[in-house]
Design a protein around this ligand. Structure first.
Ligand SMILES: Nc1ncnc2c1ncn2[C@@H]1O[C@H](COP(=O)(O)OP(=O)(O)OP(=O)(O)O)[C@@H](O)[C@H]1O
Length: 127
């Protein structure tokens, strides 16, 4: 079965994202964190380049989670019993998400940490 046109391709890709968002708890966390980071960056007055780096970082984590979900479904189609290699595939794939999430937190802190602390100090002076 092949997508007939660009609209069909867009629709099926969106369904893939929606499936992952509904089924995977971690994807909900990634989306919530992404929304939080973008709002925080706007509030802290992040520069365009900083916002660009943060958007790339968010995209990296979400893409790895999408691929991880695809890997899990693919493994489940191929094996429906315990298999050590199925475990390796799923664990490695989950590891990719973990590494990207860890570094995204580090990047977020490097970019926004100082601004956040300074803003909080200013706010605390009012009280
Ligand atoms: N067929 C299998 N054979 C061996 N181990 C498996 C198998 N299916 C799952 N596992 C193990 O269980 C873990 C969880 O697998 P599951 O398919 O439930 O993913 P998940 O809980 O959605 O993971 P994630 O938190 O990465 O989204 C895998 O990382 C793997 O270690």
């Amino acid at each position: 079965m092949k997508n007939r046109n660009l609209y069909e391709s867009f629709k099926t890709a969106s369904q893939g994202i929606w499936y992952t968002l509904v089924k995977e708890r971690n994807m909900k966390i990634h989306f919530a964190a992404a929304a939080g980071v973008i709002l925080l960056s706007l509030w802290l007055g992040a520069s365009r380049i900083e916002l660009t780096v943060l958007c790339l970082t968010i995209a990296m984590v979400i893409c790895f989670e999408l691929i991880n979900t695809a890997m899990e479904v693919m493994v489940d189609i191929i094996v429906d019993v315990y298999h050590p290699k199925a475990k390796i595939i799923k664990d490695v794939s989950a590891g990719a998400v973990l590494v990207s999430a860890f570094f995204s937190v580090a990047i977020g802190w490097i970019i926004l940490g100082d601004k956040l602390i300074n803003r909080l100090i200013i706010l605390l002076k009012y009280f």
